[in-house]
Design a protein around this ligand. Structure first.
Ligand code: MN
Length: 252
């Protein structure tokens, strides 16, 4: 695809329009708009909504540079390479593509879309889920009430979520999802996520509200093998206004 092709121009215009609209929105709504940004190939690495050092001391600058600039970028490169051979899938919004993976008949392509399409979506979501510690805030009253209804207390929720993240063997994610009007903690391996119908168990499907990357690349430079320390620190940089906006949108 050349830079002047109609699809590429449209993609550029869409991103430009989104960026212009997002600049007018308050922080939480801006995060929600940015999280919906992946609209079609070729995908580009989204700029972080904060500086590389802005999440310190909880996530260090060197980890952010490699995680965003190398790992996330590689998922996008591999996703674009796969979609170059499947133009009928390239214009499908990424979340829709991930929700319909079993309809992709070619196993190699399906696996690449699962791993690298999932990798792009998950990391875009992850960056929007985080914010500098001074801006972390609190769950909205509605979200706090829902958390207390499902997990007794916010502290009880954090404990259960942390256990799911700690127990995920190898690489993967912990999630808070909205599922049929209720909140649920789930976990997925590799770059699978709760959107992937027909891939992850039905019990783990839902609307992601919060996601925690527990791949070693997310924490090893600073925390080495101490995943629980990374998880405990991570709560200090959760963007609760953004998570609360997702919850409000999921409730409709
Ligand atoms: Mn990662």
């Amino acid at each position: 695809m050349t830079p002047s092709s109609p699809v590429d121009r449209r993609h550029f215009v869409q991103l430009g329009t989104l960026a212009a609209a997002a600049a007018l929105l308050p922080n939480a709504a801006r995060a929600a708009a940015a999280a919906a940004a992946p609209v079609g190939a070729p995908y580009t690495l989204p700029a972080l909504p904060y500086g590389l050092a802005a999440l310190e001391p909880h996530i260090d600058q060197a980890t952010m540079a490699v995680h965003h600039g190398k790992h996330h970028a590689a998922y996008i490169t591999n996703l674009n390479t796969a979609l170059a051979s499947a133009p009928e899938l390239a214009t499908r919004p990424l979340d829709k593509l991930l929700a319909t993976l079993p309809a992709v008949p070619d196993e190699t392509l399906r696996t690449t879309l699962r791993n690298h399409g999932g990798g792009h979506w998950n990391h875009d979501f992850f960056w929007q889920t985080l914010t500098p510690p001074a801006e972390s805030g609190q769950p909205s009253a509605a979200l706090a009430a829902a958390i207390e209804g499902s997990f007794e207390s916010v502290e009880g929720f954090k404990k259960a979520f942390g256990e799911a993240a700690t127990k995920r063997f190898g690489s993967g994610w912990a999630w808070l999802i909205a599922q049929e009007g209720k909140l649920k903690i789930t976990s997925t391996p590799n770059q699978d996520n709760p959107l992937m119908q027909g891939i992850v168990p039905a019990a783990d499907l839902g609307t992601p509200l919060l996601g925690l990357d527990v791949w070693e690349h997310a924490y090893y430079l600073h925390y080495q093998n101490r995943r629980p320390d990374y998880i405990a620190a991570w709560w200090n940089i959760v963007n609760w206004p953004a998570v609360s906006a997702r919850f409000a949108a999921a409730r409709g």
